[in-house]
Ligand binder design. Sequence first.
Ligand code: B12
Length: 213
Amino acid sequence: MKMADYKISEAIVKGNLELCVADTNRALTAGVAPQEIINNFLIKGMEDIGQAFQDGKAFVPNLLMSARAMKGSLEILKPLLKVDGKEQAGQIVIGTVKGDLHDIGKNLVASMLEGCGFNVINLGVDVSSEKFINAVKEHNANIICLSALLTTTMTYMEQVVKDLTDAGLRDKVKIMIGGAPVNKEFADKIGADGYSDNANAAVLLAHALLETA
Ligand code: B12
């Protein structure tokens, strides 16, 4: 069976949960690695539907259906990604910043991190700086992940960095940011430790930051 024979990405683009789940199981049975399914099919499917949306060929309900299909597949893969017998890779607090309700990408990042051995505390959307800080303290987090999809809310990330510093926590926690409007320059400008534009790279970044921590 060739990789191209699996219709997982297409199922995501079409928002077809049943096909997505069935083909994920088919690929697993044939011995395709879970990580490979995520990298080659899930991320590609979400990228394709995102592009279709940008081009005006898909609409918000399509995106939500796609995310639902992608999640169906991810639920099957997540337990298989768990690192057996090893210690948790780290404690991560993640959330979409205050004023922002976008959570599809953030949840994708959270699931990938969780699947790759991190203990993830997902605070949801519209998360205030205070809530982030309390969660970092409560869970003794080594990484905090901030997501924003709006140019009007990305600026709040700077506030979170500042408040973490004022709370004396800046040296204890690495800060990762992401979301469509942010980039490396912005991450550097606000004093974050890293940025990535996709869920897969977010996992690599988290590992890299903790090894150097
Ligand atoms: C779906 C969507 C919605 C849904 C959100 C549903 C949900 N549950 O998330 C709904 C309909 C609710 C919505 C509402 C609004 N939206 Co909207 N929305 C989108 C849309 C179409 C897709 C976003 C998405 O899910 N992409 C797919 C995911 C997989 O990609 P992603 O989020 O970028 O995440 C990836 C990376 O960025 C990265 N990543 C993300 N977070 C993080 C975090 C970390 C730490 C790391 C390392 C990486 C990382 O990894 C992810 C996975 O690969 C975008 C358009 C677009 N193309 O981005 C507009 C968009 C973001 N929305 C926009 C707007 C304006 C709004 C509204 C203000 C519209 C309105 N007038 O009501 C409201 C705001 C509501 C609010 N207060 O938040 C604008 C923003 C413009 C701007 N520059 O500020 C966009 C760009 C559309 C546009 N072209 O105008 N929206």
